[in-house]
Design a protein around this ligand. Sequence first.
Ligand SMILES: O=c1[nH]cnc2c(CCNCC3CCCCC3)c3[nH]c(NCc4cccs4)nc3cc12
Ligand SMILES: [Zn+2]
Length: 373
Amino acid sequence: MATGFGFTLNATDGAARTGVIHTPRGEIRTPAFMPVGTAGTVKAMLPESVRATGADILLGNTYHLMLRPTAERVAALGGLHKFMNWDRPILTDSGGFQVMSLGPLRKLTEEGVRFSSHIDGSKHMLTPERSMEIQRLLGSDIVMCFDECPALPATEAEVAKSMRLSMRWAQRSRDAFGDRPGHALFGIMQGGVTRDLREESAAALKSIGFDGYAVGGLAVGEGQEAMFSVLDYAPCFLPQDKPRYLMGVGKPDDIVGAVERGIDMMDCVLPSRSGRTGQAWTRRGSVNLKNARHKDDPRPLDEACTCPACRGYSRAYLHHVVRADEIIGSMLLTWHNLHYYQELMQGLRDAIAGGRLAVFVAEFHAQRAEGDI
Ligand SMILES: O=c1[nH]cnc2c(CCNCC3CCCCC3)c3[nH]c(NCc4cccs4)nc3cc12
Ligand SMILES: [Zn+2]
């Protein structure tokens, strides 16, 4: 590849695709789930453990790292890969989404977003240009445009205004990113749940030109039905030969539905965050290990799972360490959840490659009991 970054589509099944993203730091099998490594760590996991779950790429968090230890310090120490001992691809977000969710602590203008640090109250300004500089200093392989994700509820006029600001920021991000062989810049489509605005946003991004395209502005409370109705048309507005990244998704059934509709990459804090609260995700549904009904149960969490938590421990033990708030509880459940998510992605990739996605999806839903198991 000319730029050291490329995307090979290997098979399709309906709107779903499976392929490989090539980067100088390694290949990313798609559809891909990207674990979130918030402040230079996937919480409760060693990097080699994250790799053992099957992850090809993880997410770095610009907002946290710019505040602590600062992007300049990470750069001086050799960049984020060296700093956190992960030598495979890293995608960093722009920092914008988290600043927006800070609420009153921030001020939005055409220039960018001014905000106070949640750590020490210090003043900061994020702009498309500064976000590109921070992500360059971190050394990430896939850089995200600086965008605005409108908070719900929002009128169509507010969504249109916000989307057009994000498109101006996308141009500024592209200009500031420059020419960086081996590194990719992804644009982010906005437009809420309005088809015309989604189409306008996709056209704007395509005219600027990106190495990949994210679908933003979803999984922000609109509900699965509304999200799927947007995904029934939005991915097709994007170039079919470039990766499509749905931001912030999701529960296992959200992921399956998004892949069916043509999404290639996803990220979500759910498997790691819920693992720390004692919630396990399995092929048969979710299990709350805090529930007293597990306290005498000698069976593993999931008999069919090969992860360390399921191979070495009983539900009774998991219940005990979660109730006692023991660190190993977070370790084991985070490992299991990330392992399950990667196993689901491998199942989706194989099903699409074999032209049997419909069968896989039917079995996926049939196995999931309602409520706790
Ligand atoms: O339009 C968007 N633009 C930019 N980012 C978005 C994100 C953040 C994706 N994960 C980043 C990670 C970077 C590293 C740290 C963790 C996040 C979203 N997350 C969600 N839903 C999940 C949600 C999470 C929280 C509230 S809704 N919708 C999103 C929409 C956008
Ligand atoms: Zn397991």
